[in-house]
Write a protein that binds this ligand. Sequence first.
Ligand code: PBG
Length: 326
Amino acid sequence: MNIDQYSHLRRLRLNETLRDMLNENRLSASEFIYPMFVVNGAGVRTPIEPMPGIDQISVDIAVEEAQRAMESGVKSVLLFGIPDKKDATGSAASSPDEAVQQAVSAIKIASPDTYVITDVCLCEYTDHGHCGIVRGNDVDNDGTLPLLADAAISHAKAGADMVAPSAMMDGQVAAIREGLNDAGYSNTPVMGYSAKYASAFYGPFRIAVDSAPQFGDRRTYQMAPTQAREAMREIEADLDEGADIIMVKPALAYLDVIKEASMRFDTPLAAYNVSGEYSMVAASGQAGWLDQDRAMMEVLTSIKRAGADLIITYSAITAANILAKG
Ligand code: PBG
């Protein structure tokens, strides 16, 4: 047969309008969530070296950033806090005077339509850098749960719209759900970091928040990169515990897991385009080795194509501005 006479896929790629008409996966700023690193103080903007364009910021600047995000079309932010003092139990995590709690209230006052999500974990707050309290040589799962619930409640009290536990403790979603309900926040949704892998791609984040574990690593609570079926069990566990949104993290090296989760579960699915994924693209872009903006949009598109409904990304504002230009 003469193939030219029949099917010819290039027929549908002939010009920009047609390609645009047939776009299968259109990114939208409304599905981006912009993470921010908040510190105590005022007027602080400290660049995070491995994450060009991302800074540690004080509460006043976080308000400006949330507004800048909103202007670009990004309506949601995810807050991480960096305390002045870390201790063994991460006690600052639930303090109403800490940067995250303060930033939540300040952002909700200045920009009420911004949807403020808080990361709930202890690793930024513990002096040993683990995501829970330590007993012997390991993290004490059940002893950590009430502390995570307290942190989540303190965020809700400050006005957080949603909380997102990332500690990978078994039962963390249930503990937080119960805590929120008992404290009168039954309408505050929980986004579980359900399938979170022990990943080298968190490297830049750990520099950003100074949370590298001082001994051992996170492999007793975060998943091994080899595990795909186990990820489904993690997600099911979060759903049983009442998670409103589930998550796969990181995104780029786990697109298969995102795809599988999106086909298997009807719960909204988030994917976290983590710090190392951001840094890889930014560093290559800065070296002139690739077109940073195009590579970034391609990465975000791949995450959407895999089936994510929400994408947590440090590129949110830049990407939204590129989308707005058309
Ligand atoms: C833990 C947490 C981490 C990230 C988000 N929440 C780090 C870790 O588990 O070590 C990583 C995010 C990123 O790399 O962008 N609280």
